[in-house]
Ligand binder design. Sequence first.
Ligand code: FAD
Length: 401
Amino acid sequence: MSLAIQSFIDQTKTMQKFDVIIIGAGPAGAMAAIEVAKQGLSVAVLEKLILPRRKVCAGGLVKRAVKLIPSEIKYPIEQQCHTITMKAKHLNMQFVETQKDLVTMVCRSSFDEALIKHASGLGVQVWDNTNVLHITPTQNNIILESNQGVFSSQYLIFAEGAMAKLSNQFWKDNRILLPSLEADVYASDKQLKAHQNAMFDFSVIRGGYAWVFPKGNHLSIGLAVMNKTCKTQLQQAFDGYLQTLGLTGAKVVNRKGFIIPLSPRSEPLARGRMLLVGDTAGLADPITAEGLTYAIQSGLGAGKAVSQAFEHPEEVVKIYLTQTIQPILNELRIARLLAKVIYHPNTMLRNIVFKHYGNRLCTGMADLISGTRDYASSLEKHPFLKKVIKKLPHKQQIDNV
Ligand SMILES: Cc1cc2nc3c(=O)[nH]c(=O)nc-3n(C[C@H](O)[C@H](O)[C@H](O)COP(=O)(O)OP(=O)(O)OC[C@H]3O[C@@H](n4cnc5c(N)ncnc54)[C@H](O)[C@@H]3O)c2cc1C
């Protein structure tokens, strides 16, 4: 017997078999696992890092995301934020909106840990320190080779985050990935007191924004580029911003850059027995860069589709694309158009919007993140804009699945 055949037989003997495997233990992966496990299917989550792991993120869990999380899942909260501030210092303007529990501030390592522990409590096998290296789909299942051995499953959910590589084997990666920078800033009590709102500052970088989020004993401060044509030295801009805030002497830790996917992949986000969720699919909001809502929503939707139609892969794809992805894409399409105005390199348009509609924009943003309004329903009040958006080309060819 040849060595290759012998090695294949050895591998299949020790192969770990599951109904569903999920790559990545972030919120998208954990929520998919929870949903699948609830229906009694066998699930494994394979995570390349040792858990709990750090994730570069401001940890602003907006109210509409909180609403999606099943109430039995408990997670640590750093601070509740009821007020958002939109600042346009260059125009000497500031807009404020208060609604109950608008943003729940979490620390991503402990938030993600709570979700994955909940999944584990439902019987999900969580394999951390497990780097998936190669994937081979066969007729009825999918074989995954990793540094911890070989796995097989009937469905595979890619939840590998913004830096997705494995899914690129099967999907063209044409997400728009834009840079951001985030740090934890430990300031004096007086300075912390002065920053108790979730602040979005539009006067710091061109084609992007800065944020200051209160996190109990520190602040999360960061910058995000939201327009791919705007090149910004984020490190320099960050130093300058700390100075503007009067925080030059503050202790800055975990200062790190990362990317945010601000547009989805153009191919359908599920095919065969494989589904894409969260940042891997490219589902962050192009206005706020908020990715947790759609990570959770797509994770839950993927898990639900797999459990509902397990024996029928074509049906799984159809359910996921029509019930979960299509509504998200409809929202993102409108948001992308509005983002073009807000983050246009020529700030004239944005200035006009702020000057004339600043208060309405701030209230609209609060309604949006609290989930009482979505982009589509906001458009209902503007029939002309609605008409224009309807005419925009539709990148995802869902109907052809
Ligand atoms: C600076 C910054 C600030 C942000 N702030 C906010 C915010 O305040 N609010 C908000 O809603 N969103 C925010 N986001 C976006 C948010 O962080 C993401 O949208 C969210 O983490 C996406 O979740 P996910 O589960 O898709 O991916 P992730 O949370 O990135 O999880 C993916 C997981 O997959 C693992 N993985 C990758 N490759 C492999 C492999 N080969 N094998 C096994 N495992 C693998 C990774 O290690 C990781 O644990 C921010 C992003 C950035 C960069």
